[in-house]
Design a protein around this ligand. Structure first.
Ligand code: CA
Length: 274
């Protein structure tokens, strides 16, 4: 983001009276996105925003996003870009006291925007994107998810997947219609059941968890997880964030790099009492 954009998010413009800042999460962040070895353009988008202003930090926290666009020609790239921008703008400016409520409104706004552009601009019909976000608000971790990008958390040696994939196949597994082993390598495993841009109403998963110093989060597109196992992710995520980001993407490329691959690694170094 440019400095001009950042300057908009000041205390004066935060329309909500919020709880004071009690805890300031201090983090180390690294991200990497790669075209992969097969695709001709990168439809993934990664963004993050760390407020300088204490009131905004207290209400909205640190924000990390990965979007994985889809649609012919440039459409997927536009969908992921529009979604990132709209989500950040609406999330930061929304008047809701709760971060989760602001996140829901931001998802709805991004969905409306992508659908409107898809309907109005020739060549962009049917464009869509996943949206996966992590917000570190004081001592809470809020996650938002639509589609098959993922969030993992490494706490000590325990790797936990914090999101479920919204694919047709996974939803059938959860409904008991398919066995997990039938889902692996299923020919339709990449058809999304839920995403931004598909329907007028969206139903994101929004969850809130505790946050601890030492937690390491990974947001990633399926270009990583199609190639790199959870065991390998756990090992690489324990490295320093910069090394982790590069080595995770390298592992996907070495395994074939069949898709765009994007990661953002967030290590919580300290939860500072204010
Ligand atoms: Ca993808």
């Amino acid at each position: 983001m440019t400095e001009d954009t950042t300057a908009e998010f000041t205390r004066d413009q935060l329309a909500v009276e919020t709880a004071p800042l009690r805890i300031r999460p201090k983090v180390t962040v690294a991200c990497k996105t790669d075209l992969g070895r097969v695709r001709e353009n990168n439809e993934d988008k990664v963004e993050y925003y760390i407020p300088e202003d204490d009131a905004l930090l207290a209400a909205r926290g640190l924000l990390f996003l990965v979007c994985d666009g889809m649609g012919g020609h440039a459409a997927g790239q536009i969908a992921s870009e529009l979604t990132c921008k709209t989500f950040i703008d609406v999330y930061l400016h929304h008047t809701a006291a709760e971060a989760a409520e602001a996140a829901r409104a931001a998802v709805e706004a991004a969905n409306r925007f992508v659908i409107d552009v898809g309907r109005q601009v020739p060549g962009r019909q049917g464009m869509g994107t996943t949206l996966t976000g992590l917000m570190l608000v004081q001592d809470r971790a809020v996650t938002v998810n639509l589609g098959d990008s993922r969030i993992y958390r490494l706490r000590g040696r325990d790797l936990t997947r914090l999101t479920v994939d919204h694919t047709m196949v996974e939803e059938q597994v959860r409904a008991g219609l398919l066995k997990p082993e039938q889902a692996e390598n299923h020919p339709y495993s990449h058809i999304l059941a839920r995403c931004i841009g598909a329907e007028d109403s969206v139903n994101p998963d929004i969850e809130e968890r505790d946050l601890k110093a030492g937690d390491i989060f990974l947001l990633c597109s399926d270009g990583l997880t199609n190639h790199v196992s959870d065991d390998a992710i756990a090992k690489l995520l324990a490295l320093a964030p910069g090394d982790a980001a590069w080595k995770l993407v390298s592992a996907a490329l070495v395994d074939g790099g069949s898709d765009n691959c994007t990661v953002i690694v967030v290590r919580v170094d300290e939860l500072e009492d204010v």
